[in-house]
Design a protein around this ligand. Structure first.
Ligand SMILES: Nc1ncnc2c1ncn2[C@@H]1O[C@H](COP(=O)(O)OP(=O)(O)OP(=O)(O)O)[C@@H](O)[C@H]1O
Length: 246
């Protein structure tokens, strides 16, 4: 079976600087792969290449065996790639339910039922919060709302929502007491629903608690991709992190 995602010697240079250099990586159906690396290693840039926000200057991106390198983000999203961003992207003047409706409509769902919206919110543990303004949500709840928006295309019997979720630092800004629940939610979207997840995260306890495999980026290159235990024991990885806390 073709991997869900295949990056084949993907590179991205801008202004003469090589930001991503010949990264090759297969992501298997249903796996949770954490992408780690020191600040500026190229993790977000790699996500941009997968989601289509930027086009590579070399190499290719394949989704389910199909070459999507030339496809813009919305076409990749229709094929099942969903993404959250490092800084939370909710609109403070809209309600929680309106966010889910908006995400469903922009994915092409014509009729969005209130029960469907409630169902998605319950799945991300925001039951009963539909009428709340997003401005009033804690950082952890905003992150849950972003996950609800990735699931929203399921509404109205449409597609299954994002099958390949790219989560860019979902714990950023989230209070320590909220990280446990958010971690549990990501785990359940991955294990219970079989979604494939690519996760960029600096909190190593979260990475080690969730990841099937860990990919390590350093200066735009892929340093290692292996089990969490193997990566933690890898001398080259430790070297890359010297001065940074792993
Ligand atoms: N559009 C751009 N133009 C020029 N340089 C860029 C651009 N985008 C990213 N970079 C540079 O590429 C490098 C990788 O950045 P990127 O944000 O991908 O790293 P990261 O691993 O996600 O870092 P962090 O952990 O700090 O979020 C950095 O040196 C950054 O300054």
């Amino acid at each position: 079976m073709a991997p869900v995602l295949r990056l084949d010697r993907i590179s991205w240079s801008v202004g003469g600087a090589d930001i991503i250099s010949e990264v090759s990586l297969d992501v298997r159906e249903g796996e949770l792969l954490a992408v780690i690396g020191p600040n500026g290693a190229g993790k977000t840039s790699l996500f941009n290449l997968v989601s289509g926000l930027t086009r590579p200057t070399g190499g290719s991106v394949r989704l389910d065996g199909h070459d999507v390198t030339a496809l813009p983000p919305h076409r990749r999203s229709r094929r099942g790639i969903g993404r959250t961003f490092q800084s939370s992207s909710v609109f403070s003047t809209m309600t929680v339910a309106e966010h889910v409706e908006l995400a469903a409509r922009s994915a092409g769902v014509r009729r969005v039922g209130a029960d469907d919206v409630r169902g998605v919110l319950a799945r991300v543990r925001l039951a009963g919060r539909g009428a709340d303004l997003a401005a009033g949500l804690s950082h952890g709840d905003r992150r849950k709302l972003e996950l609800a928006m990735l699931l929203a295309p399921t509404l109205g019997g449409g597609t299954t929502g994002a099958r390949l979720m790219l989560l860019d630092e979902p714990m950023a800004g989230v209070a320590a007491e909220e990280t446990g629940e958010l971690t549990g939610l990501i785990r359940s979207l991955h294990r219970d629903e079989g979604r494939t997840v690519l996760l960029v995260e600096h909190h190593m306890d979260v990475v080690l608690g969730l990841a099937d495999r860990v990919a390590v980026m350093h200066h735009g290159r892929l340093l290692a991709a292996a089990s969490p235990a193997e990566v933690m024991a890898d001398a080259t990885v430790q070297q890359a992190y010297l001065g940074d806390e792993l």
